[in-house]
Design a binder for this molecule. Structure first.
Ligand SMILES: NC(=O)c1ccc[n+]([C@@H]2O[C@H](COP(=O)([O-])OP(=O)(O)OC[C@H]3O[C@@H](n4cnc5c(N)ncnc54)[C@H](OP(=O)(O)O)[C@@H]3O)[C@@H](O)[C@H]2O)c1
Length: 369
């Protein structure tokens, strides 16, 4: 495997930002490098070689990957962070290492949600051509979004909603599709249904409130005091500050509770469900997610309710559905902070604080936003 470590080489590649070290010795299964007969084209990516705190992430220069059959090469203009990136960074929970690498990460570059422009296509690609603006969730096809360029199978991408900037579009794929699949997981949401979103202020929650509203639901948002106004603006008719009120004890009942954040037990959520109500757990307390996933069918039968734990499946159809709502202005992305690629560690630390308001986004220098 090639390994080149040279100081100051980048002065030959004028459009790259200065780096001190060129390192092409990548672990297997990572960002793919160009073949030996390809013209060497160096680009930047944030990589890591060991699980740990955000400081293990380093700005690295790698060769630009070349799309294989079915793939497109995307120049990434923006990439948003998800909690999944943090789990893979830390290598926790440990069970996740069965796929991500037992002792060290198999894939050197994190980043699931991207928006950018197709710059080259591999053989057999039918849906995109160079110049197309796209967005998508790369979680099911190897991550790699925290880089200037990434190769991705065309099936993982959809056309970027025309009305959104790349930065806005990058907030959407995983968070909005998780919210959509969570709302639909136990059946369609009827117009007028009473829906409570527990954890309404982060990446998933801000989309969940808006999508539930778009489905015609009467939405109650649970968040802290500092996000109450935002939840109202996004369409919640009723907002509960979880630091002041306990929605599981106030006597109100909901047709659907979508759990995005927060730490309550299944029994507590059940107390706030209407007869035949539905509880879908997508995030928050890991124990509650596991209980909902493993015990959901039993609890559902025993109490004539529906309880589900949900793991999102990246879906082009769902992305297209959400894209229409975004283009019509029914749903709007909520962006908390943007960071340049080299400040990914700082962005990860901020997301890891657990208090982001909407989405945290990495924006690339070259992007004409
Ligand atoms: N199942 C899946 O496939 C899937 C996919 C994506 C995400 N997820 C999970 O979904 C959850 C949310 O993801 P995310 O991207 O939205 O996270 P996020 O953006 O980091 O969520 C941060 C938000 O959560 C709020 N929050 C923190 N503690 C809370 C509490 N006790 N009650 C209510 N709100 C609280 C914070 O505001 P305050 O601190 O001000 O309250 C902040 O606005 C995570 O657990 C993530 O792992 C699951």
């Amino acid at each position: 495997m090639a390994s080149i470590r040279t100081a100051g080489l980048t002065k030959n590649f004028g459009d790259l930002r200065a780096v001190n070290e060129i390192d092409l010795d990548l672990p297997e299964g990572g960002v793919r490098v160009a073949g030996h007969n390809e013209e060497l084209s160096l680009v930047q990516a944030m990589t890591y070689r060991a699980y740990g705190a955000p400081d293990v992430l380093q700005l690295t220069t790698v060769t630009r990957p070349v799309p294989e059959s079915g793939e497109v090469l995307v120049q990434v203009h923006a990439a948003s962070l998800n909690q999944a990136d943090l789990y893979l960074l830390r290598g926790e929970p440990w069970v996740a290492r069965l796929s991500s690498g037992l002792r060290r990460p198999k894939r050197p570059t994190l980043g699931a949600d991207i928006a950018g422009r197709v710059v080259a296509v591999g053989g057999g690609v039918t849906q995109f051509q160079p110049g197309d603006a796209v967005y998508g969730d790369l979680a099911a096809c190897g991550f790699g979004g925290f880089a200037e360029y990434v190769c991705v199978h065309e099936k993982a991408l959809a056309p970027k909603p025309a009305s959104l900037s790349f930065t806005q579009a990058a907030t959407v794929p995983m968070a909005a599709v998780t919210a959509l699949q969570g709302l639909r997981a136990a059946g369609p949401v009827a117009a007028g249904a009473l829906v409570l979103v527990h954890g309404a202020s982060g990446g998933v929650g801000t989309f969940a409130v808006q999508l539930a509203k778009a489905m015609g639901a009467h939405v109650t948002a649970v968040c802290s005091a500092r996000h109450v106004e935002q939840a109202r603006t996004l369409g919640a008719e009723h907002v509960i500050d979880y630091t002041q009120e306990d929605f599981t004890r106030d006597g109100r009942r909901y047709d659907l509770i979508l759990v995005v954040n927060g730490r309550r037990s299944l029994a507590e959520y059940r107390r706030a469900l209407s007869p035949r109500g539905r509880l879908v757990v997508v995030g928050g307390d890991v124990g509650t997610i596991m209980q909902a996933t493993l015990l959901g069918p039993v609890v559902s039968l025993a109490h004539s309710i529906t309880v589900r734990g949900l793991i999102v499946h990246p879906s082009r159809d769902d992305l297209l559905f959400v894209g229409q709502l975004l283009d019509s202005g029914v749903v709007v992305p909520v962006i908390d902070r943007c960071y340049p690629l080299g400040e990914l560690p700082e962005a990860m630390r901020y997301l890891g604080s657990g208090h982001a308001r909407g989405k945290v986004v990495i924006t690339m220098e070259q992007a004409g936003q």
